[in-house]
Every structure is written in structure tokens, then in C-alpha cells.
Design a protein. Structure first.
Length: 186
């Protein structure tokens, strides 16, 4: 960190300490990374829910459709793993996206037990529309940050995720995480 950045951070810390709740955040949580990430996640999910409301399964359907369009995986099971989804849940997601004409299951020529999930032409066009809506929602969410800070945030998040993937960190299924949270009384 440069001297100027250190001085700026020190001034911000001193100001925040002198005026509790200066940013409107509850005292004691303004430096709690878990709480801050959870608040950002909730805000993101709420805005993405609205942007993907007419898509089967909303944000999850959007991620599956994006994976199909970009061919991010070799199979349905691999895509489920990439997204941290239970394989059974993935079946229902793909079933509904297939019924909507957005994706299709194709036999894997290298493994007849496996299915490839590929976007249809309609699915590819629909993803382009959804991408625009999601980008608008994310722009509103990130509007308190400068364009440069938004780009830095994306870069830092990619670096964190890439490091966890490279380390082989386990990806827990979102429903299992939600159940743990519910059991903890949060």
C-alpha cells in the first residue's frame, strides 16, 4: 500500500471511529467481512431475481443457461459441480429450461451415459437479453463505486475464486449452506 493510500485509509478509519454508523452500517459490522459479503450477496440476489424473473428458476436458470451457451462444461454433471448444485436439482433445472426451448440435452459421443447441455438458438438469444438486464442490475448495485473500483472488484473476486479453484477447495451446494444458516438461527 502506498503512503498516500495508507494516509487516506487512516483518515477514513479515524472518521468512521469518530462518528459511529457514519456509513449507516450497524456498529461492529462495518469491518466484518462475512456480514459485508452476505449483505452484498443479498442485494445482488434481489436485483438478479428481478432481472431473471421470467426465466425458469431465475438466477439459477440464468447460470445454467450461461453455462450451456458458453459450453463451460463437458456434461450436465460437470456443470452442476461448477455451479455448486446438487445433481438432482440440476435435472429439474435443465428439464424446465428444455421445456422452455432454451437448452437441449445431447448424447455425449465420448460417453453414452453422459448428456451434454447445449443452448438452442432461442436460448442463446435469450441469454443476450438476460445479460443486458443482469448488467443493468449489477450496474445499479455497484453504482456507489467508481468505474475503476467496479473493475478492480471484479478482478479481485476472480482472483479469489481462481485461487480457491486451483487449491481444489470444496464447493458446497447453496441449499446446504442455507440449511446450515437456518439451523444456526441467523
Amino acid at each position: 500500500m502506498t503512503t498516500e493510500a495508507t494516509q487516506t485509509q487512516s483518515a477514513q478509519d479515524a472518521c468512521a471511529a469518530a462518528v459511529p454508523g457514519l456509513l449507516g452500517l450497524p456498529a461492529g459490522f462495518d469491518d466484518n467481512l462475512g456480514w459485508l459479503l452476505a449483505q452484498c450477496f443479498r442485494a445482488h440476489l434481489s436485483s438478479i431475481d428481478q432481472a431473471t424473473a421470467d426465466l425458469p428458476h431465475g438466477p439459477r436458470g440464468y447460470q445454467v443457461l450461461a453455462g450451456a451457451v458458453h459450453r463451460s462444461s463437458r456434461s450436465q454433471a460437470e456443470l452442476a459441480k461448477q455451479l455448486g448444485l446438487d445433481r438432482t436439482v440440476m435435472v429439474y433445472l435443465v428439464d424446465d429450461l428444455e421445456r422452455a426451448g432454451l437448452v437441449e440435452r445431447l448424447p455425449d459421443p465420448n460417453d453414452r451415459r453422459s448428456r451434454l447441455i447445449r443452448a438452442t438458438a432461442v436460448g442463446t438469444a435469450r441469454l443476450a437479453e438476460l445479460d443486458a438486464a443482469v448488467q443493468d442490475a449489477e450496474a445499479r448495485l455497484l453504482s456507489p463505486l467508481s468505474g475503476q473500483d467496479q473493475a478492480r472488484l471484479h478482478t479481485m473476486l476472480r482472483e479469489i475464486v481462481a485461487a480457491h479453484h486451483a487449491a481444489g477447495a470444496p464447493v458446497e451446494e447453496p441449499c446446504a449452506i442455507a440449511e446450515k444458516i437456518a439451523q444456526s438461527g441467523c
